[in-house]
Design a protein around this ligand. Structure first.
Ligand SMILES: Nc1nc2c(c(=O)[nH]1)N[C@H]1C(S)=C(S)[C@@H](COP(=O)(O)OP(=O)(O)OC[C@H]3O[C@@H](n4cnc5c(=O)[nH]c(N)nc54)[C@H](O)[C@@H]3O)O[C@H]1N2
Ligand SMILES: Nc1nc2c(c(=O)[nH]1)N[C@H]1C(S)=C(S)[C@@H](COP(=O)(O)OP(=O)(O)OC[C@H]3O[C@@H](n4cnc5c(=O)[nH]c(N)nc54)[C@H](O)[C@@H]3O)O[C@H]1N2
Ligand code: SF4
Ligand SMILES: [Mo]
Length: 720
């Protein structure tokens, strides 16, 4: 038995659950991860990623020296370079001077509109706060965004429209206080495993009724009272038909509607066409099930709704989320323990990166960039002349790349994201990447996007730095370094400050005191001094366990659930909805609907998990399909097929799965050798600008022999 030199308490770097980890360290090496039984969020439970997925940081492919591409890339001819021989090692001074020179050259020539940055939902609040500050304060641009755009943007747009808020209203663990809860568009077992444990406990030990609304037969269906297997893209008619039933049967909470909402009468009129029969004809869900689900939720004492990407990742994603908000407003299932509107946030720190201003329309704390008083506050905090900050909304991630052309975005700085795996329609995304004049990647690995970069800046992983992450419950928790940085890698915040000082000097701006911090706590303080909901959060107070914002002052205990009295917008607003089908439906030429998403063992573009022992658990991509479709195609599990959409084509092996429904196939997004996003469509939700990752049309053919030889045979593990 090894005895550790020390055990460091920190927060998991994978998902938004935010489990507490104990990293056991011997000789500056993490050899084991555990979690204490009294951990507030996870009570000692961990999923396979938190427990075993940390070894990517030791992988030989990790880059720990600054690199510069040997040949200068020209716009229009930029190419991917994974081969180290195409890069040369550089000192930090040389690399940062080069980055500063080229960014300043482009900014001087083309102004702030040519500059853009992708922040990072894997990095800390402090890292993100500083990077958005750099681009806003020094380059006077709001072209600042991150993967939240590809994620809960539809939910955020809907919550802002209706309630004036963006985050989860309640704490996930409160699910044991719900007597009925809906899980929709969320494969919670694989993607928020510890919350799924709590949900199962709510059903098994506390007698709660679970309603699953999802096209796939997920593991949670084993625990559900009802499963509504809808056709992808039909959330709006389904939820609106539930509202129709709730109103028709007089199951509404009159008192709540009168006291706390607006627009009810007009909304009720709009419900008329959305009968359960009409919804059945569109969604494919039996009308009796729709009625039963509506009754079950509406008559609960405490009803809660949890949702995920199956709601927001549609060109009607905002409308889908509004459909859910309406159900809570009709029934008053919000503002109490065990109720609420709970969009499960995905990345470990997507909530925090959004809170810290890594968004094109908002400064930190969701302060709109186009409001004068907000701009003035940040000008004072950042020591900038009045009128200095840009007051126009910036471009979103999806727009930043589509604006990469002369006269548009010329320089892009990517801290820990991978658009060449995670944006839709990769063949077009690639053309945009090629058009950039200058690209910086700050990451642990040269991923599919970093391979296009001019300069690579090696960042440390979460286990080599200090700071905070904010989980899906709005809980700000500590991240602590357990081991020394590998090689020459440096924490993101340190890299950003070092670069900012160089840029400031080149721009001839007075050297502000703003880029010298004693440590991450001082960075957090700078933000919390302006953003009142974080004002009461200090590192001392979150030493043991995190605090849930809003925490307005030093004695405030934090806020487990929101909206007991009122909504930030005052009253919750109903919005009459229309059913707009997905951008691309199945037809004779492309007869299957493709939906994309995640697997328990892997993470997004795979940069972390495919460099981890987790990869051995699920080593190659598979397309999940129903037995009926497999019979029709005359294929069996393990056969290689070519899946083609109007935009691209991939070859991978079949998995006949009890989760699939006929006509709908599922491809995970994690595998570069069969990237799901070669197939997906870049249709966007008009309000949230989120892409339609969850539905497009594909054709499937048996792969020819040459193609089949390219894909390794896979041994199937027993999965749920
Ligand atoms: N293992 C693992 N965990 C993760 C991640 C990861 O990459 N790997 N990523 C994290 C991130 S950033 C996020 S955002 C979360 C995402 O977590 P989830 O939201 O659970 O993500 P997805 O796997 O994309 O699955 C969404 C579900 O939507 C369903 N769906 C598809 N179309 C529709 C529809 O029309 N209506 C409804 N109601 N449902 C539909 C799918 O069948 C699927 O079950 O996971 C987080 N956790
Ligand atoms: N088809 C399809 N596409 C999707 C989705 C889908 O469901 N289907 N889901 C979308 C969603 S919800 C999301 S959130 C996005 C995710 O999209 P991305 O954020 O682009 O994906 P990741 O693979 O998580 O990229 C994280 C990167 O950060 C690096 N990294 C990790 N830790 C650190 C750190 O501390 N510092 C720095 N500098 N880098 C670090 C990792 O090595 C990795 O390269 O994908 C979206 N794309
Ligand atoms: S549930 Fe999420 S936070 Fe918890 S161990 Fe798994 S990946 Fe980490
Ligand atoms: Mo996400």
């Amino acid at each position: 038995m090894i005895s550790p030199d020390h055990i460091t308490s920190t927060t998991c770097p994978y998902c938004g659950v935010g489990c507490n980890l104990h990293l056991h360290v011997k000789d500056d090496f993490i050899y084991r991860v555990t979690s204490p039984h009294d951990a507030v969020v996870n009570q000692g439970n961990l999923c396979v990623k938190g427990r075993f997925g940390y070894d990517f940081m030791y992988h030989p492919d990790r880059v720990t020296t600054p690199l510069i591409r040997r040949t200068r890339q020209q716009p229009g001819q930029r190419t991917q370079a994974f081969d180290r021989s195409e890069w040369r090692e550089a000192s930090w001074d040389e690399a940062l001077d080069y980055v500063a020179d080229r960014l300043v050259e482009i900014y001087r020539r083309d102004g702030g509109k040519a500059m853009a940055v992708y922040c990072c939902a894997k990095a800390t609040n402090e890292d993100n706060y500083l990077l958005q500050k750099l681009f806003r304060a020094l380059f006077r641009t709001n072209n600042v965004d991150h993967c939240t755009r590809l994620c809960h943007a539809g939910s955020v747009a809907a919550l802002l429209l209706s309630l004036g808020t963006t985050a989860m209203s309640n704490t996930a663990a409160e699910v044991i206080h719900s007597d009925c809860f809906i899980v929709t568009g969320s494969n919670t077992t694989e993607n928020h495993p510890i919350i799924a444990l709590q949900m199962k406990r709510a059903v098994r030990d506390y007698g709660a009724k679970l309603i699953v609304i999802d096209p796939r037969r997920l593991e949670l269906c084993d625990f559900a009272t009802l499963w509504l297997p809808l056709k992808p893209g039909t959330n709006v008619p389904l939820f609106t038909a539930m509202a129709h039933v709730i109103v028709q049967e007089g199951l509404v909470n009159r008192e709540f509607i009168e006291a706390r909402t607006i627009g009810y009468d007009e909304f009720v009129r709009s419900l008329e066409p959305f009968t359960p029969a009409y919804a059945e004809s569109i969604t494919g869900v039996d009308r009796a099930l729709i009625v039963e689900a509506a009754r079950l939720y509406a008559t609960a004492r405490n009803g809660a709704i949890f949702w995920g990407m199956g709601i927001s990742q549609f060109s009607n994603g905002t409308a889908g989320a509004l459909g859910l908000i309406h159900l809570a407003l009709l029934t008053g299932h919000i503002g109490r323990l065990g109720t609420g509107l709970n969009p499960l946030r995905g990345q470990n720190n997507v909530q925090g990166a959004s809170d810290a201003g890594a968004m094109p329309f908002h400064y930190p704390g969701y302060m709109e960039v186009d409001k004068e008083e907000n701009a003035r506050k940040w000008e004072m905090a950042w020591n900038i002349e009045p009128g200095g900050l840009n007051r126009t909304r910036g471009l979103t991630t999806t727009e930043i790349l589509s604006h990469a052309h002369p006269g548009g975005v010329r320089a892009l700085y990517i801290m820990g994201e991978n658009p060449m795996m995670t944006e839709p329609n990769l063949n077009v995304t690639r053309l945009h990447m090629e058009q950039l004049e200058f690209l910086v990647a700050q990451d642990l690995f040269i991923n599919e996007s970093g391979a296009y970069a001019d300069v690579f800046l090696p960042a440390t992983s979460w286990a080599e730095k200090d700071g905070t992450f904010t989980n899906t419950d709005r809980r700000v928790q500590r991240v602590r370094h357990a081991i020394a940085p590998r090689g020459q890698s440096r924490p993101d915040a340190e890299i950003v400050c070092d670069l900012a000082r160089r840029i400031e000097q080149r721009l001839g701006r007075p050297a502000s005191a703003g880029w010298n911090y004693a440590g991450p706590e001082e960075i957090y303080r700078e933000m919390a001094d302006v953003v009142s909901m974080f004002a009461g959060i200090t590192y001392a107070r979150i030493e043991e366990s995190g605090l849930q914002y809003p925490t307005p002052d030093a004695t405030h205990p934090g806020t487990p659930f929101l909206f007991a009295e009122t909504f930030p917008s005052g009253r919750g607003r109903f919005f009459p909805l229309e059913y707009i089908p997905v951008a691309e439906e199945a037809d004779d030429e492309y007869p299957f609907i493709l939906t994309t998403g995640r697997l328990l063992e892997h993470w997004h573009g795979g940069t972390m998990t495919r460099h981890s022992q987790l990869n051995t658990l699920y080593p190659a991509p598979m397309v999940e399909m129903h037995e009926i479709d497999a019979t029709r195609l005359a294929v069996q599990t393990g056969d290689a097929v070519r899946v083609t959409s109007r935009r691209g084509s991939v070859v991978l092996r079949v998995e006949i799965s009890p989760k699939a429904r006929p006509g709908v196939v599922f491809i995970p997004m994690h595998f570069t050798e069969a990237a799901a996003n070669l197939l997906t469509i870049d249709a966007l939700d008009p309000q949230a600008k989120i892409p339609e990752f969850k539905a497009c049309a594909v054709d499937i053919q048996i792969a020819d022999v040459a193609d089949a030889q390219q894909v390794p045979a896979v041994e199937l593990r027993g999965r749920y």
